[in-house]
Design a protein around this ligand. Structure first.
Ligand SMILES: [Zn+2]
Length: 258
């Protein structure tokens, strides 16, 4: 059991929500990696003992992206591209499990991670294998439902980086077109689905976590306000998911099994 040590707040169950996309001409594409094998083998060293103690991650191989990809009959080499919302350890721990994949993310996030690691959030073991980074510079010309966005380089699948600032230096959403609808993986731009209601509600513990890890409070709240408008104006065209909201994961899994 997790002890309620977070300033008296009750513990909460969270997830690391990753997407695996089968594309027509770009192979398998992974959005986020979650925790990987290197984390499970030496969690205190790789993720940091303090983070492991407070977060109490599930350290089970079966839950890693690589084992789930293999469970579907694929291998690591089939994953040719990985898109990351940011480089916090719990989002990119699986990078070493896909050493041949090209890693797409905002350039400002790589710069911050390389400059600050090792730190509580950035863990250098996750890129010690020297992956091929595909960094994106900010652009303002492309638009997606009123957001600045960039089409992924070198892919014909419609996958866009949609910067969503406030959580880290180079935090971005990843938009994926599926037929005539879109899925927007919002990473840590919000933590709890009720934050995107028109009358938003926060979750006490998840709000404590996101406030603790934000780098720009006003920018983060501004991002959430814009996501709330996206839900209000285009909720029938775009499905939003957060990295750590277990209700979002359950909703998507139920929809994909239907
Ligand atoms: Zn996170």
């Amino acid at each position: 059991m997790i002890e309620p040590t977070y300033e008296g707040l009750a513990p909460a169950h969270t997830v690391n929500h990753c997407l695996l996309l089968e594309t027509d001409s770009d192979g398998l594409v992974l959005v986020e990696t979650g925790i990987g094998l290197v984390d499970i083998r030496d969690p205190d060293e790789v993720l940091g003992a303090a983070w492991v103690e407070t977060s109490q991650p599930v350290l089970a191989e079966a839950e890693t992206a690589i084992r789930q990809v293999e469970g579907l009959g694929f291998s690591a080499e089939d994953v040719r591209h990985i898109f990351l919302t940011h480089l916090d350890g719990d989002h990119c721990g699986g990078l070493p499990d896909f050493p041949d994949a090209r890693i797409h993310l905002l350039g400002t996030e790589i710069e911050a991670a390389l400059a600050q690691a090792p730190s509580a959030r950035y863990r250098p073991a996750h890129w010690a294998h020297q992956p091929t980074w595909v960094p994106y510079a900010p652009k303002t010309n492309d638009q997606w439902f009123g957001f600045t966005a960039q089409q992924a380089e070198g892919l014909s699948a419609e996958i866009l980086l949609v910067p969503l600032g406030g959580h880290t230096e180079g935090h971005t959403g990843i938009a994926v077109r599926a037929g005539d609808k879109w899925l927007l993986h919002c990473g840590d731009a919000y933590y709890y689905h009720r934050e995107l209601q028109q009358d938003p509600e926060t979750h006490p513990l998840l709000n404590w976590v996101q406030t603790t890890y934000e780098i720009n409070h006003d920018l983060r709240l501004g991002t959430q306000a814009r996501l709330r408008e996206l839900v209000r104006d285009h909720g029938d065209e775009v499905t939003l998911i957060a990295a750590h909201d277990p209700w979002d994961l359950q909703r998507l899994q139920a929809a994909s099994n239907a």
